[in-house]
Design a binder for this molecule. Structure first.
Ligand SMILES: [Zn+2]
Length: 376
């Protein structure tokens, strides 16, 4: 915990002085769209691994994120209570871990990884994935929401439009019925929690905010009218530009499914334009990455992509104070102020004038503190 911020020399037995001349001390980075359990680019492969093995690989993803300067991640599909517990207890070096359990998908939705020719499910025993579960109907969703909240989920995640990494749902598909979405939002609200929704198209985003979804994931195909609806609702949008760039550059060699690469251009080209529209409508933009498997190392490339349309200070706010607001952790995370948790990074230079200091190859992050302890 940070006690004071000022120019006085620190006092006390454990006080240490760090010479930061020419450097920038800033709040630890927050990634609001992370999948610790996406340990393969083709996530369907993860389903064949033993859970204990997959947990160890997720641990490595988290540890690597921390060493890149991300002192907090919000997991939006796959992360669970056990991972949170191990991270909280310091069993391994990890960012603070906010999780939702497995995301909720309707049958044939973005969480349904089955190709069209694969077995149908009429017996009610839908396959569960690593990142998401197939759940249909108001009753099923209420029960799944209550179960996730019982296990300590910090938010709930639903898929409300098609996505690029599943084989049989077009991007424009409006997923879940109105009643189903409202049931999940209601369950979350009564538990003091909120819902994040995967949504690309303007239609799906407008639906999400109309039903009380608070955090829109991706949002690439938004239009100006819908951006104003999001702003008026006080909701957030969490762009994840780097994942499309990563698929575009390295997708085929890193094992992405053919169907993913085919759908990619639908959303990749509109990412920057979506950010422009959101900014002029006054939408609060978070910062996320959504990287999978071996592509996780590109996590900080998101800073570079975002800075094509935003000032560095705005990108940094997204990755710190705005993401903290999404997590309902204002004043605790994403700031250096009395009462905040002491998660900080020390950068050689000034990222407000040179955002490339946070690029993938940069070695400018000299020190990282997590929970007041220096870990790098
Ligand atoms: Zn995602």
């Amino acid at each position: 915990m940070i006690e004071t911020v000022g120019f006085d020399r620190p006092q006390g037995r454990y006080a240490a002085e760090v010479d930061c001349t020419g450097m920038t001390l800033m709040p630890g980075l927050i990634d609001a769209h992370f999948h610790a359990f996406a340990t393969e680019v083709d996530t369907a492969k993860c389903e064949k691994f033993p859970r204990t093995y997959e947990a160890q690989r997720a641990r490595l993803n988290l540890e690597a994120a921390l060493r890149r300067g991300f002192t907090t991640v919000r997991d939006v599909g796959g992360g669970d209570h056990g991972t949170w517990l191990a991270a909280e207890q310091g069993l391994f070096p990890s960012p603070r871990f906010f999780f939702c359990g497995r995301a909720f998908s309707q049958t044939g939705g973005h969480g349904d990884g089955r190709a069209p020719h694969e077995a149908h499910d009429l017996c009610g025993c839908a396959p569960t994935g690593v990142l998401s579960d197939l759940i249909d109907g108001v009753d099923g969703l209420r029960k799944a929401a209550r179960e996730a909240l019982r296990q300590g989920a910090h938010h709930l995640k639903i898929f409300m439009s098609g996505g690029i990494s599943t084989p049989s749902d077009p991007i424009w598909y409006l997923q879940f019925s109105d009643d189903e979405i409202m049931a999940v939002v209601d369950e979350a609200a009564r538990r003091g929690c909120y819902v994040a929704a995967h949504a690309y198209t303007a239609d799906s985003i407008a639906r999400a905010v109309a039903f009380g979804v608070r955090s829109i994931e991706h949002g690439n195909l938004i239009d100006a009218e819908t951006a104003h609806k999001v702003a008026n609702a006080g909701a957030f949008i969490v762009p994840t530009l780097v994942t499309y760039e990563a698929f575009h550059r390295y997708g085929s060699e890193s094992g992405a499914a053919d169907s993913t690469l085919e759908k990619l251009s639908d959303v990749r080209e509109r990412g920057l334009e979506a950010i422009r529209l959101c900014k002029s409508a006054g939408v609060r933009l978070g910062f996320g990455t959504d990287l999978l498997g071996s592509l996780h190392y590109l996590q900080r490339e998101e800073f570079i992509l975002r800075s094509k349309v935003e000032a560095p200070v705005d990108v940094l706010k997204s990755a710190t104070s705005i993401n903290a607001a999404i997590l309902n952790m204002d004043g605790k995370l994403g700031v250096i102020a009395p009462g905040a948790f002491a998660d900080m990074v020390l950068i050689d230079g000034n990222p407000l004038t040179d955002i490339s200091l946070l690029g993938v190859e940069s070695r400018a992050i000299l020190q990282i503190w997590s929970r007041g302890r220096q870990i790098v």
